[in-house]
Every structure is written in C-alpha cells, then in structure tokens.
Design a protein around this ligand. Structure first.
Ligand SMILES: NC(=O)C1=CN([C@@H]2O[C@H](COP(=O)(O)OP(=O)(O)OC[C@H]3O[C@@H](n4cnc5c(N)ncnc54)[C@H](O)[C@@H]3O)[C@@H](O)[C@H]2O)[C@H](O)CC1
Ligand SMILES: [K+]
Length: 516
C-alpha cells in the first residue's frame, strides 16, 4: 500500500477533482460517511452516546461537519464546536457548515482562551469526541488556543476518533511538534500518511483504519508516490512452495564472514539464520582462533578459518582465500562481530570493491564503510546495508537520522547505489531507484543483543535462494519482525533472545505462506 506525504495526498485529491471531475464536496461527503461507518463499527451503542465533534477551520473541519450531520440523521445526540468564526470558512467546509446550520445542528463557535471553560463543559457532557481540528493542512507546531483545546480533549480520557490524522501530528515526518490529539481510532482517507505509520507519531494514532473516499485506485497506483507499507501479499511471492525435484544446491550457498574473539555468537547466529531462512548451505568464514570453539555449536553450518591479526580478528591476508571461497557462493554476508581492526577494515573495503556476488553488510562492515562510503560506488555486485540508526549516522553525519528516517535511507540508497535496511521500530528498506518500503512487523522485545545478526543472516539466506536484493531486504525484514511477533505471542516481550527468533523463522515463513 502506498504511503503519502501531505503534498502527495493534496496532489491526488486535486487530480481526482480536476482531472477526473469528482467534485471535492463528494470526496468530503464520502470521507465523513466513512468515519461514521467506522464509528458505528467501533461503538455498537452509538445511538445512546453523546458525541462532540470538534471542527477546525479547514477541510478537516468540513469533514467534521459532514460527520455531525450523518450522526444527527442516525438519531445520535451530537454537538459541534467550531474553532473559528463561521465567516472564516471557505469552499466545501463552508457549504457543509451552511447545511448543518440549516439542519439546526447545535453548533457553538469557540475562538478564544476565555471560552475554554465552556469547551471543557461540553467535553464533560460528551461520551465520544471526534477530532476534526487539523488534518494534512497542519503547517506549524500547535500553540495557543488550539493547544489548550487539544490538551483538554486528551485530559478527558474519553474515546477519541481522529479524522484523517490526529490533530497536531505532522503527516510527513512521524514527528509530533507541540501538542497532538491522542486518538483511540484514526480514520485516514484514501491511503495512510507517513505520520500515521512512523513513530513517535504513530503512538498517537490508536487503531488505524484506511478508508476509500472515492479517489480512483488507478490514480493512486499510477501516482509517483514511492513510499510503500509492506503487507503480507507483498512478500508471499518470496516464500513459494518448493518444487519436489530440488536439492540443497537449488537453494544456494551463503558465505558468512564474521566473528572475532568474544563475538563468535554473532557469526553463528547469522549463519544459522541463513539456514533457517531456507539457504541450502552456509559456510561461516571465521578467524582461526574461533574455529575450534565454533566446531561443535555450528552443527549444520560449515566453518572455514581465515588468517588473523595478532588480536585474533580476520586479517587482510584472508583476502585471497575469501575470493576463492566466494567462487561457488551466491551471497556474502559480512560484518557481524567482525571488529574494526585496521587490517579487518582494509579487508572489508577490498572485498566490497572486488567481490562479484551480492553482499549483505552489517555491523562492523558498515563501520568500515563509514570510513570511506565512496567505496560503495566501486562495488561490482549489489550491496545491501543493514544499519541501525547509530551506524546510519556514521554514514550520514550531517543529518539527524531518527527525525528523517525515510529521506535519509532513500537518499543514501540513491547516492551510493545500494539497498538500505535502516533498522528500528518501522524498519525502512530503501532501494537505489528511490522506492522505500516501511515494515510493519516487529516489537520492542526484539531490542536485544544479536537480533541484527539474525536479520543479516535472513537477508543473505534469501539472496542465496536467488531472491533479488530488494525483495530479499523487504521480505527479510518483514520475516524477521514476524518471527519476533510470534515469539512474543508465546513468551511475552521480556527475555526474548535472538536465538528464539532464529528458531521461530520457519514458523514465521509458514505463517506468511498460509496468510490470507
Ligand atoms: N483526499 C483527501 O484525503 C481529502 C481530504 N479532506 C480533508 O481535508 C484535510 C486537509 O484540509 P486542509 O483544508 O488542507 O487543511 P486542515 O483542515 O488540516 O487545516 C488547515 C487550516 O488550519 C490552519 N493551520 C495549520 N496549521 C495550524 C496550526 N499549527 N495551528 C493552527 N492552525 C493551523 C491552516 O492555516 C488552515 O487554515 C484532510 O486532512 C482531510 O481531513 C477532504 O475532506 C476530502 C478529500
Ligand atoms: K484531525
């Protein structure tokens, strides 16, 4: 599903009105009716409830007036507060105000702080509040009178239905500036806006309902919107049923270059995750000193040892051996627990320049790249990077990563011609062609050591099976989060171990396959 900025949805709205000829008043009517439908679904006893609809001065307020009219038609006890003088209303919002006035709906104009006690009184009498104060037209942090109104609504702890987006939320960034309505249900129109998907703003959304307001689907699919929310249907094609006449060679061989003293677990987890994701074979290339300790726990994963530095990390001297090892592999995962020893860093940079198989770079491989990001432009094969926000910041030192997750990932992917999976709540996968995929799976239980190594192994395991990098990154991130969700369903969030995730991968794959 596409995910819009305020400008993109405005553009779609305009095209529906001007190019297709659907009058704006029709879109607003549909929007209002859909909110009423969702309210009826959420509140079976709506008819016995008192609803306060709080309307701002723009089209979001116009939607509110449509909602109030239809609730009144249903026999609901509805009141409207208009946070502007009626003379300020324009266009469709004014038309709907005039209709509501002629229908004798109880509308109170409230425009100043002196009237806040009257507003609080109305709030006290209400059972449900409809937030139609501000939508995608928000252009600044909410201050003054609007801020007081929003804070009064939040304080009542009554169910709040937000129209399109909770008022105060930036549709574009996922940030909340000033005050914001904390909704129980948000009914967003046509397609979700970035702000209702991304955190921290997503915390204000409650249950998200995406409703059709009559903007033609073809307009949406042909629009230039490049940001998507990943859904089950988008990843099911990656996990197809296997053909009977196949063998482990069919599912590819992954090379994992990882580990250093004290970090053998990272290597092992990446290797096991690649196998759990369906790779036919995995070879773990580790520094010599880890070979014996890893011999027993690796079981299904093969190991091979590499020349090491005096500190026991993989050294530049391993270069020729790795080139040889890469000959019959479909992918190389590089980085988990590798260290940033200068010789190791030099090795990583040389491998990026010369390997001719796709690479998944994580952890210390990303730290190596951060020393010279231009090396990515010399890569001969596709590169997937899986940075957490701290690693991303090392690649893009002048930008605040967490406040700009989509643009940072998108621009870095374009600039260096790589695929990026920027980890964190709502992992962002960005491709060099500008496409961005927001991942909905995962949970805070996964904020624990080693889950990043698991993701690296999953993506490598999928590429080993000839899944193209963008699909491997997108579906790998989805699978990883889903495995975490399944574990949490059984065991709760506390004490989840990365190893639990690895064991849940097959179940998560089956869950995706069976989902309908
Ligand atoms: N295709 C659709 O999705 C449709 C959406 N509709 C609804 O229209 C709004 C967007 O309407 P718009 O008039 O552009 O903006 P708003 O109603 O959000 O508010 C604009 C209004 O508020 C002022 N303002 C902006 N920021 C602030 C602030 N921080 N404090 C105070 N006032 C502020 C601004 O100056 C304007 O006057 C969309 O969300 C949907 O709800 C259509 O109904 C149907 C099609
Ligand atoms: K709103």
């Amino acid at each position: 599903m596409k995910v819009a900025t305020a400008e993109e949805i405005r553009q779609l709205d305009l095209e529906a009105i001007e190019t297709i000829g659907i009058p704006g008043i029709v879109l607003m009517e549909n929007a209002g009716l859909q909110v009423v439908r969702v309210m009826n679904a959420h509140f079976p006893h709506l008819k016995t409830q008192k609803v306060l609809v709080v309307c701002g001065k723009g089209n979001n307020g116009g939607d509110g007036l449509v909602i109030a009219r239809h609730l009144d038609n249903q026999g609901v006890d509805v009141r409207v507060t208009l946070l502007t003088e009626k003379t300020q209303l324009k266009g469709e919002a004014k038309i709907n105000f005039d209709i509501a006035e002629k229908m004798n709906l109880p509308i109170v104009e409230l425009t100043s702080n002196e009237q806040l006690p009257a507003f609080r009184n109305l709030l006290l009498q209400a059972d449900i509040v409809v937030d139609a104060i501000l939508g995608t037209g928000l252009n600044d942090a909410v201050k003054g009178f609007y801020k007081h109104i929003i804070e009064s609504i939040n304080k009542t702890h009554k169910p709040i239905i937000a129209v399109d987006i909770p008022s105060g939320l930036s549709a574009d960034t996922g940030m909340v500036y000033g005050s914001c309505i904390k909704a129980d249900v948000t009914v967003t129109f046509a397609i979700p806006k970035r702000g209702v998907i991304l955190y921290p703003a997503a915390d204000y959304v409650g249950n998200l309902e995406v409703v059709d307001i009559g903007i033609p689907k073809k307009l949406i699919s042909s629009s230039r919107i490049k940001v998507h929310l990943v859904e089950y249907a988008n990843v099911q094609g990656v996990f197809r049923k296997r053909m009977p006449n196949t063998h482990k060679g069919t599912y590819g061989h992954a090379l994992v270059i990882a580990g250093s003293p004290g970090k053998s677990g990272a290597a092992l987890m990446a290797g096991r995750s690649a196998l759990r994701s369906g790779a036919g074979l995995v070879t773990l290339a580790i520094p010599e000193n880890l070979r014996v300790p890893l011999e027993i726990p690796t079981l299904e994963v093969m190991t091979t040892s590499l020349p090491e530095t005096p500190q026991g990390t993989v050294s530049l001297e391993a270069y020729d051996k790795i080139l040889n090892l890469a000959q019959d592999k479909r992918v190389a995962a590089i980085g988990p627990g590798l260290s940033v020893h200068p010789s190791t860093v030099e090795l990583v940079l040389r491998l990026i320049r010369t390997l001719e198989i796709p690479m998944v770079l994580d952890a210390d491989a990303i730290n190596a790249v951060a020393q010279n990001p231009e090396v990515l432009l010399e890569a001969k094969a596709p590169v997937v990077l899986t940075p957490h926000p701290g690693e991303m910041a090392r690649l893009t030192p002048n930008i605040h990563v967490q406040n700009n997750r989509i643009p940072v990932a998108q621009e870095t992917a374009r600039k260096y011609n790589v695929f990026i999976a920027l980890k964190g709540v709502r992992t962002i996968v960005a491709a060099p062609d500008g496409n961005v995929f927001i991942n909905p799976t995962g949970n805070p239980g996964m904020a624990t050591a080693g889950t990043g190594d698991v993701l690296t192994g999953i993506i490598a395991g999928l590429i080993a099976q000839n899944i193209i990098p963008v699909e491997a990154a997108k579906s790998g991130v989805f699978l990883h989060g889903l495995a975490g969700d399944l574990v949490v369903k059984d065991k709760g969030e506390y004490g989840l171990l990365a190893g639990d995730l690895i064991d849940a991968i097959p179940r998560a794959i089956k869950f995706i396959q069976d989902y309908c």
